[in-house]
Write a protein of this length. Sequence first.
Lengths: 110, 114
Amino acid sequence: GDQVEQSPSALSLHEGTGSALRCNFTTTMRAVQWFRKNSRGSLINLFYLASGTKENGRLKSAFDSKERYSTLHIRDAQLEDSGTYFCAADPPSGSWQLIFGSGTQLTVMP
Amino acid sequence: EAAVTQSPRSKVAVTGGKVTLSCHQTNNHDYMYWYRQDTGHGLRLIHYSYVADSTEKGDIPDGYKASRPSQENFSLILELASLSQTAVYFCASSDRAYSGNTLYFGEGSRLIVV
């Protein structure tokens, strides 16, 4: 089965509100990355975490390897935050290929 | 900022035809990857390479070949394109020696097989 389960698949927010995306892993992962697909179709790296939390502006991400999950929190959502967000997990030692979640389509409404 | 460029950005191909997707990176990265994205799925790894003149199979290599003629260039080849290969393809590079597996992606190539 899928090793990375991302939820929700779609999310609608009003400007100024916030929410969280989540990825659950079926096994212990070494690290996680979060990406956003921009308007040109490219994937922009938001965070890379091997543990703990990181914050960048209105985005904050957490990764708990032991509990097998990662989250991406968005606060004070803006229209330009709309897009598709992906998590990608770095599998255990011996394999360095990232395993991607299925993505979350975020729509921020006025 | 890392730079990964793909070409073509969009292509319509005929079933049974040959398609070559090209990727060029100027990051001096050793590792390059080809992924495909389908609606409802995350990116899935097709082929990857960690050194010039060598390629490795990813998770879904069937129906695809890859070529890494130089450190900068990595191509994905569909010898006999099929309808099921309609998808968006992403190339990426990484320098494994730097900050884990941070990937730098190209802008994607949309392939439609008719």
